[in-house]
Design a protein around this ligand. Sequence first.
Ligand SMILES: [Zn+2]
Length: 429
Amino acid sequence: MEITPLEPWICRKIGAGRAELTRQEIEAWQLHKLNETLSLARSGSAFYKRHLAGMPQVLSSLDEFRQFPFTGPEDIRRNPLHLLCVSQDQIRRVVTLQSSGTTGEPKRLYFTTGDQELTRDFFGVGMSTFVRPGERVLILLPGERAGSVGDLLRSGLERLEMAPIPYGPVRDPAHALETLNHQKADCLVGSPTQVLGMALRWRPEMHRPRSVLLSTDYVPAAIVKTLRAVWGGDVYNHYGTTEMGLGGGVECAAHRGYHLREADLYFEIVDPLTGEHVEDGEFGEVVFTTLTCEGMPLIRYRMGDRSRFLRGQCPCGTVLKTMEKASGRYDGFIRAGEACLQLPEFDETLFTLPGLLDYTLTVAGSEEKPRLVIEAQTLDSGLSEETVYRALRGIPFLDALDVRVRCCPAPHHPGSIAKRVILRETAEV
Ligand SMILES: [Zn+2]
C-alpha cells in the first residue's frame, strides 16, 4: 500500500530534509509554529490580546499549551474583526456561515491570499492520494466565486496536472450524470447525499467513475457501501471545515481514518466536560489550532465533533496521526429523558434503505418524550413508511421518542451542500 502523499508533502514543508519524517520533527515544527501563531495573535488581534492575558509568552513544550483557553464559534460570532491579525485590505475572501439555530448570528471567517494558497496546496496533494496526473475530476462543490472551495480545488488539481471539471452542487442529478458520462470523469468530489442521488439513478451503460471523494458533511458508512456497490470504485472521506481553512485531513488507501494536515493544523482531543487532554485511543472533542494561518488564526478552537486519535501505525506506514471518522457532535443530539441520540445513528440506519436519498429530522415538544418527525426523501414511491419504522427499531433508546415518519419524493432541487442538522421546532404543532 502506498504511503499517504501527505507525509512527503509535510516533510518538504517543514524542511525535514530527509525522505523519512519522524514524530519528533513534526512536533518540533508544531511547537515552533504555535509560538509564532501566539505571538502574531497577541500583537495583531484585540481579542487574543485579552483572551491570552496571563498565559506564558513562550511555550517550551506542546504540553504547556494545554493550559491555554479555548475559543469557539461564539467568539467568531461576537466580533470576528477582533480576531483579525492583518488589516482588512489584506483579506481576499470572507465566508459567512449561517447559524443552524434560529437566533444565532452568522459566523464570518476571513482569509488572505496566503491562507488560500495553503488550502489550494493541501487540496492538490490530498487528491493525489487517489487521482493521477491527467485524470478527470468532476467537482460537485460550489466554485463560482474566486477562493470558494470548488475554485481552490480546481486550481490545486491543475497545479498537479490533473484535469478538473467544475460543475457545482447537484441540483439536477440527471444532468450531473449526463455530465459525468459525457466528460468521462475518473473521480467525483461532492457531498454524500448528492453523490448518492447520482449513484441511485446511474445505469450500467453510463460511464463509471473510478473513485469518489466525499466531503462537507458526516460521511455515513451506509452511503460509502452503496457507492462502492454501484460503481465498484474506491470511496474516500475528507474532513475539513471552513474554520480549518476548508481542509483538515484525508483518508489514505487503508480507509482507517483521516491523516491530518499536521504542518498547518495542530489537533487535540479533549474531554468535552473538563477540557482536559485525553490519551490517544480515547474519545473526546476535536480541538484545533491553526499553525500557518495569517489572517484569522484560531487558537484551541472547539469543533464540537466527537472523535479520537487511533493508536498504532496505519498500514500505509505513515508517522502522521490518524483521526477516526467523527462519530457525532457534542451539541447535535436529541435528548429524551435519560437517552441521548446522535444524528450518525439515524444516518447509518436510514441510508441502508434502498431508494432513500436524504431525510430531515425535526424535534418538537417536551424533553421528557420529544416528538421526532422524520421526512424521508425517496427516489420513487417504493419505500414505505412501515419499512422506515421497521429500520428505526434498530436504534437504541428510540422508544424514548414519539416518532412519526413521512415518505415523500425527493425534491428536484436538493438545495445547497449544507451539513445536515437536527431541526428544532419550539412551538407545538
Ligand atoms: Zn495511512
